[in-house]
Ligand binder design. Sequence first.
Ligand code: NZQ
Ligand code: ZN
Length: 385
Amino acid sequence: MQNFDYFNPTRIVFGQDRLAELNQLIPANARVLILYGGGSVKRFGTLDKIKAQLAERDVFEFGGIEANPEFTTLMNAVELVQREKIDFLLAVGGGSVMDGTKFVALAAEQQEAHEQILFHGFEPVPSTSAIKLGCVVTLPATGSEMNTFGVITFNQQKYPFTSPLVYPQFSLLDPDLTLTLPQEQIANGVADAFIHVIEQYLTQPQNAKVQDRFSEGLLKTLIEDGPVTYNDGQDIAARKNFMWSATSALNGLIGVGVMQDWSTHMIGHEMTAMFGIAHGRTLAIVLPSLLRERKEHKRDKLLQYAERVWDITSGSDDEKIDLAIDNTERFFNSLGIVTQLSHYGIDDEKIDTLVGNMEKMGLTHLSETGDLTLDIVRKILIAAK
Ligand code: NZQ
Ligand code: ZN
């Protein structure tokens, strides 16, 4: 295990009937901007409930943050924050709204070159201040509610950024607020959370037992309660487990001191940017094919994954690994996710364009060992057709 620092200051307020606590979570004299998406929070009454809790403060609203939030949309919010001297941002929504809010928190504290925030990859943004923010989560998936990351679309490309300044002050996770989610969004969320764990776990053996066992617990929980939540809109007990798994998958804890492989995400982001396929779905297409291609490279951890996560105890090592990868793909399929590129009309020519775009973005040496080149990306995608 490598040396590490672990620090996560986000207060999690978890459970049903806790919206009334917002009043204590946000400073009494704050000028608050509530940011939300395309309207689900308005349609289902969440926004009104929140406004009622904050009635004694100066409260402003900014709606219309799209899925895969756009830089240009968010710059309108930045202008509003600067004009109205807002000093607290409240994101109400899924990953797109939370990520967009984090961007606004950083961008509103600078006067120019706002797009520069997006050009540091996984190195922290050099900003020195950000507006404080909190989140009310309506879609369990990204873990954005308890981490430092955001992903913003700029000039038709997705750019990740990270800064410790945008850790939410708090995130409120009430499973009741997710009951209006369409089934396909539950599926996207389960796939995204699952693959967040995989990208931190399925690398090389590092004798990091705590991280491994936490990861295996999260994967097993998602395998058990993801499908229950997908199939049964009323099972709150399962939904709670799914929700907390999604947050725990990307709040830093399982990734400390270990190698990480974000190849599936980097390829998936390009697929979303080019073809508009939802984030979780792109990952579910890429991952099974990537694991088959990288079977020898990841052999030891794949075997551990097969035995501990899928409880595969008989057969040769190769058979165990192959079955674990097949089970992974079938798991996504059981959530109504199609894992073939042809389903989305993506042919060889589009794959070549995608690989070309990744080259332009500098995404040429992926994986935990930096040896997943664009030739291999192409092979992975051709095999996923
Ligand atoms: O916009 P509204 O009308 O609110 O509808 C949203 C949106 O259309 C809807 N929705 C959300 N909560 C709902 C609901 N509909 C009914 N009832 C509810 N309770 O769901 C749709 C998708 O929302 P979105 O926020 O886009 O989904 P998700 O949470 O999957 O976020 C995806 C974004 O997060 C980024 C992705 O790249 C993508 O841009 N990611 C962020 C990460 C992070 N910050 O750590 C890591 C991830 O790997 C990911 O890259
Ligand atoms: Zn993701």
